[in-house]
Write a protein that binds this ligand. Structure first.
Ligand SMILES: [Zn+2]
Length: 253
């Protein structure tokens, strides 16, 4: 048996899993206390495993973990929230995969982020209860960006620092991380026009509590533009991160 100081407890959401060896699974989880962890779940592919039903994808489980040489090992696991709908409804499953993938890509191992853990847990609840996940997903994306240090500027021009006028020809620039006034946006390569309706929704997502965001009524065009802008910005941030990691690796060689 492992000694006491080699054991720790944590609540964790299962982000991804892969088969390992004969009967084991390697899990990537996001925990409240320690951030992202990779943990070995031994024997969970055996039909007799008591742990198996407690470490399914997207579940929130309370875990007792033993420190190991390569990977820490899940010694016990007990469901806190099963989020059953997320595994039984195909649309919900694909959205849950998307959330899990974002958290995985935006975080490093052993880097705790309690607000992000709480955001993910809350979003999984909302996702399992809604038939229109649009606002749930956009709210998550916006707050994920804020909680990982990529909050976009939406009030001021990032070039002249002037407050934006309520007009339809302000701009958004991915590399600048925010909005530009018409004067500076027009001359900035790759800046995209951002209509006022879209800007207002993004600000609302950024500043208002979920209870108010949930009541938003949007036109199909605005929905499409809000989704495209957030996805474009997230993709840009991730690609830049990956490139900087590649760059560091090359330098080290
Ligand atoms: Zn400006």
């Amino acid at each position: 048996m492992p000694t006491k100081d080699r054991l720790y407890r944590t609540d964790a959401i299962i982000l991804r899993r892969s088969d390992f060896g004969e009967a084991d699974r390697l899990l990537t989880v996001f925990s409240s206390e320690f951030g992202k962890l990779r943990l070995l779940a031994k024997g969970v592919r055996k039909t007799t495993s008591r742990k198996a039903g407690h470490v399914e994808l997207f579940m929130l489980s309370h875990m007792l973990v033993a420190k190991g040489r390569t990977w820490d090992i899940i010694s016990q696991a007990e469901i806190v929230e099963a989020y059953r709908d997320l595994r039984e409804d195909l649309d919900k499953t694909s959205h849950a995969y998307y959330l899990a993938e974002l958290v995985d890509r935006f975080t490093e191992e052993h880097d705790p982020n309690v607000p992000l853990f709480e955001l993910l847990a809350l979003t999984l609840v909302q996702l399992s209860h809604t038939d229109d996940p649009f606002l749930v997903l956009r709210y998550f994306e916006m707050h994920l960006l804020s909680l990982t240090g990529f909050q976009p500027q939406l009030r001021f021009c990032v070039a002249c620092q002037e407050a934006l006028e309520p007009v339809d020809n302000n701009y958004f620039h991915f590399a600048d991380g925010g909005t530009l006034c018409p004067t500076h946006g027009e001359v900035r390569a790759h800046a995209e026009v951002i209509p006022l309706a879209v800007l207002k929704v993004l600000r609302y997502l950024q500043t208002q509590p979920w209870e108010k965001v949930a009541g938003l009524q949007l036109t199909p065009a605005t929905r499409q533009q809000v989704e495209a802008l957030l996805l474009g910005y997230i993709t840009f941030v991730l690609e830049r991160q990956l490139k900087s990691v590649d760059f560091l690796r090359k330098l080290r060689r």
